[in-house]
Design a protein around this ligand. Structure first.
Ligand SMILES: Cc1cc2nc3c(=O)[nH]c(=O)nc-3n(C[C@H](O)[C@H](O)[C@H](O)COP(=O)(O)O)c2cc1C
Length: 446
């Protein structure tokens, strides 16, 4: 494992309250009020930046979780949290989730342009279409729009948002006090967008942001999702359990990007990895087993039933998954993860109880318990085998799991020359090696 490839890994810290393991909040070390404690998030950001990670990421849902009595499921607005985090960090990228399903492009374009200014060029938008009837019911609908319709709206949404970010030329603001000219108003333009979903005049009320556009992140796995990612996304999050599937996904997304006239290097693929790190293998296994013991099986069974779109009564804890589950084509929610989870259970002949334990750690993402060297080995393996440009790191317990990754795994990756030993740029585009987008209006007006 001593090769010195030129390619460098990209590492993103996926932050989830006190950890990705559903039982993490029950550990003695965990702060049960972390979900609303900004100091908790500031601390996590400082740790991630100490490890020179490219970015950190906050997911978002537009509902309270299914079972608030059972575990902490509240969440602060990610862009607000990241604006606060920006004030105590200087380099790390800040990825916030926001929905194309239930927001308006103007507000969203403004919020992310604001975050990019506030953080001096470190913002990114995780574009989600928001699956689920529960969210729909918070926004005047009885059920979610179809999968296809959600993606059609998302495409137009992103088109409008990027036009709004382009509505100011980079050099529009002149700030000439002498002549009393603040800006060249010819370089600030209306967008006059009219489409099936949106009618937006513009211009945006925020000048062009430091990165041109915040970085665009997405996580589609279905046919529509991959097309969307290949067309718009610069970073793609994905759930992958097995190396061959991960390689196939990686190749597919890069190939589709080529078909949209983009370079494969402009779309970085980051599978999730949920590490449980111990100084010895035994220690790592013990921590994993302790977390497993803290899972409440009846609660986990209800969660699994929701994910599989069936009744909990159809699940026998010590039996296999029912054989008559729906296929990916038959569901309207998130398709990709559904398939990954069902295939994993069938491939490995897991009982429902075993599956609950596997999903408890990473909701379908790959969980790995091991020593820092073992975690570094698996990261290097997937990276060099063409399955990943980097990883979405999802510690089981926070902050301790993130500290362990930063202080024990990152130095091994640095020694192997797979990961940076200092930040060489200051924006998130610098860290990910992504170019600044051209201004659409400059292109059409020149
Ligand atoms: C790492 C990761 C993070 C995600 N974060 C969110 C999120 O914060 N909010 C959300 O509504 N969906 C989230 N999703 C779901 C995706 O946006 C998408 O709906 C899902 O991957 C299914 O896509 P598909 O229907 O194209 O398969 C996430 C997915 C992945 C893999």
């Amino acid at each position: 494992m001593s090769a010195m490839p030129e390619r460098q890994l990209h590492l993103n810290a996926f932050l989830m309250n006190v950890g990705h393991h559903e039982a993490s909040w029950r550990l003695p070390e965990s702060n049960p009020h972390a979900e609303v404690d900004i100091e908790h998030f500031r601390e996590l950001a400082r740790i991630a930046e100490r490890g020179l990670l490219d970015s950190l990421f906050l997911a978002d849902r537009l509902i309270l979780g299914n079972d608030p009595g059972q575990c902490p499921t509240g969440r602060l607005d990610p862009t607000l949290v990241l604006a606060a985090v920006a004030g105590v960090t200087s380099h790390i990228g800040l990825i916030a989730t926001a929905s194309t399903g239930y927001e308006q492009p103007y507000n969203l374009a403004r919020r992310f342009a604001s975050l990019d200014h506030i953080s001096a060029g470190r913002a990114a938008w995780n574009i989600v279409t928001t699956a689920g009837d529960s969210a729909a019911r918070n926004f005047g609908l009885d059920q979610m729009p179809s999968h296809r319709d959600r993606y059609l709206r998302a495409m137009e949404f992103v088109e409008v948002v990027t036009k709004l970010w382009d509505s100011w030329a980079a050099d529009a603001v002149i700030a000439d006090k002498e002549r009393g000219i603040h800006a060249d108003s010819d370089r600030i333009r209306k967008i006059n967008h009219v489409g099936p979903y949106f009618k937006v005049r513009g211009p945006l009320n925020v000048p062009r942001c430091p990165q041109g556009y915040p970085v665009l992140v997405q996580a589609g796995s279905s046919e529509d999702g991959r097309e969307f990612a290949a067309r718009f996304a610069e970073v793609v999050f994905t759930v992958q359990q097995a190396l061959p599937d991960a390689r196939a996904f990686y190749r597919d997304v890069k190939q589709r990007a080529l078909e949209f006239g983009r370079s494969p290097d402009e779309v970085l693929v980051l599978p999730g990895i949920a590490p449980v790190i111990g100084d010895t293998e035994v220690e790592a296994q013990e921590l994993a087993a302790e977390l497993d013991r803290l899972i409440v099986p009846e609660y986990a069974k209800r969660q699994l039933a929701i994910r599989l779109k069936i009744s909990p009564d159809d699940l026998d804890l010590d039996g296999p998954l029912p054989s008559n589950l729906r296929t990916e084509d038959e569901i309207e929610g998130g398709k990709g993860r559904y398939t990954v989870m069902v295939e994993m259970a069938r491939r490995e002949q897991l009982t429902v109880r075993e599956m609950i334990s596997r999903i408890g750690g990473g909701r379908g993402h790959r969980t790995v318990a091991g020593t820092p060297v073992q975690i570094a080995d698996t990261i290097e393996h997937w990276f060099t085998e063409g399955a990943a440009d980097g990883f979405n790191v999802m510690p089981a317990v926070l902050p301790s799991g993130l500290s362990a990754f930063v202080d024990k795994v990152v130095p091994i990756l640095q020694e192997r020359k797979l990961f940076r030993s200092e930040y060489t740029g200051s924006t998130l585009r610098d860290h990910y090696g992504l170019r600044q987008p051209a201004n659409y209006f400059d292109a059409v007006m020149s």
